[in-house]
Design a protein around this ligand. Structure first.
Ligand code: GLN
Length: 456
């Protein structure tokens, strides 16, 4: 049953939202004890389900990535440093979900502040989520809890998630679900805890493309509280259009280092469709470097506010301010948070800023131009979503940080450039899902959704 069908039944009285919410929490807790998809359950959800608006999401269980603020529900962006922080307001996307009668069931597991591709970079003392198809493998990151839960749940459910450099596409791919990352500026970032402001986007994960369309339609749109929100009316994603698409597949994305089955499944998924090959040499050569320089530079300033004074963790006040906040940060930030703060601070230091940060911004502009040149000729550009199937934890343990960052080769391009993209299941390899990435020009979400429908 997809979300629209669920809502129809709830509205007609066939499904009782309160009972369903209780059942969903019970089922989720059972799953969670084995798979670790939630950081926090909303115990008030059944009570809240009593007073729902009869909107387009009436009674539907909605999970929320931990970095997106939900009023009164502990929100930590997956990090120990924010333990105890309960937002006093809802993020804009959450306001919209609630206004349509969606039930917030809990906060899902993620890499600290979104720092990762496998969801193994969890906060100090937190558990690593496991792949729904094979517990010895990763869910993908950073939104591992969201993707795992969407796949594992037998009851209708959608997940609100976030991507800076691929955090929706990667876990959606490894867990075999749909993951939509909208154009930068399409969905308000108000109430999203920043990783890298110039690239953060709120999106959605679901088992069905129609659920993606419905939720995207609801959360999109202008918001004056986010200065980068675009003043464009939200489109009717739920209305299907029969279009013909001019499709291109990126040559570099089918090259060395990409698993055979991933390539095979992608071509098979495109089926009889006509497509041409295009090249994105700059994106595939410099995308990772530019992405990590920009994202870590922004992250290092964004994380400066977590000093044990305003949000989350507090310790006994001792020593001067520097001693106090260094103590809190040393104790509560994980290794990956520290690594990224140090790298990002370095890249922004006077003397290095022009060589690293400013240069990376120039590369980003060039990358946008490189895609744009193809969007003049094609509606849709396709690559695999990830070059591989979900790796085993034992394989991840052996990766260096650089090898780890390289895994984002498919996703950093559209994320750096702010293009909308959808990860959709393309088949299986060794019992594990593979995924394909559908990319379009800015604000062309509708094209992506219609294209995905045509491949179903
Ligand atoms: N893997 C990327 C990173 O670690 C993407 C993270 C994200 O999109 N939040 O930065």
């Amino acid at each position: 049953m997809n979300a629209a069908e669920f809502v129809r039944q709830a509205k007609s009285g066939k499904i009782d939202p309160v009972k369903n919410t209780k059942k969903f929490l019970e089922e989720s807790k059972k799953i969670d004890s084995d798979y670790h998809y939630f950081l926090k359950f909303n115990e008030d959800a059944p009570k809240q389900a009593k007073e729902l608006k009869k909107g387009r999401l009436y009674g539907l269980p909605v999970s929320v990535k931990d970095c997106i603020c939900v009023k009164g529900l502990e929100s930590r962006a997956g990090s120990k440093i924010l333990e105890g922080y309960e937002p006093v307001f809802d993020a804009a996307a959450i306001e919209k979900i609630k206004a349509e009668g969606g039930v917030i069931v809990g906060k899902t597991a993620q890499d600290v502040f979104g720092f990762g591709s496998f969801n193994v970079n969890v906060g100090i003392g937190y558990k690593v989520p496991k792949n729904p198809f094979d517990k010895t493998r990763a869910t993908g990151g950073s939104s591992g809890g969201a993707a795992g839960m969407v796949q594992k749940s037998e009851l209708p459910h959608i997940a609100i998630s976030e991507s800076t450099g691929g955090s929706i596409a990667a876990p959606a791919c490894y867990c075999g679900v749909y993951g939509m990352t909208p154009t930068y500026g399409r969905v308000s970032r108000y109430g999203l805890m920043d990783y890298a402001n110039s690239m953060d986007k709120i999106g959605v994960m679901a088992k069905d493309i129609e659920d993606v369309a419905l939720v995207m339609e609801i959360i999109s749109g202008y918001d004056e509280r986010d200065s980068t929100s675009k003043d464009l009316p939200a489109e009717k994603y739920t209305e299907k259009s029969d279009s013909r698409f001019r499709v291109a597949v990126v040559k570099e994305s089918l090259g060395k280092g990409v698993e055979q089955d991933v390539k095979k499944n992608l071509i098979a998924k495109l089926g009889k469709l006509k497509y041409e090959e295009v090249s994105l040499p700059l994106t595939f050569r410099y995308g990772i470097q530019a992405y990590y320089l920009i994202s870590l530079s922004e992250a290092s300033t964004n994380l400066a506010k977590y000093c044990g004074m305003r949000y989350g963790k507090h310790e006994k006040l001792e020593g001067n301010f520097n001693e106090y906040f260094s103590g809190v940060r040393s104790k509560n930030f994980s290794k990956e948070e520290k690594r990224r703060i140090i790298l990002g601070t370095f890249a922004r230091m006077s003397g290095f800023r022009d060589a690293f940060y400013m240069k990376a911004l120039q590369v980003r502009t060039k990358i946008i131009e490189e895609y744009r040149q193809h969007f003049r000729k094609y509606d849709i550009v396709v690559t695999p979503a990830m070059p591989n199937i979900a790796p085993k934890f034992s394989e991840i343990d052996k990766m260096t940080p650089l090898e780890n960052y390289m895994m984002d080769i498919m996703t950093v391009g559209p994320n750096l450039a702010g293009f909308p993209h959808l990860s959709m299941p393309s088949g299986f390899s060794k019992g594990m899902p593979t995924g394909m990435l559908i990319i379009a020009d800015h604000f062309q979400e509708k094209k992506i959704i219609d294209f995905a429908r045509s491949l179903k």
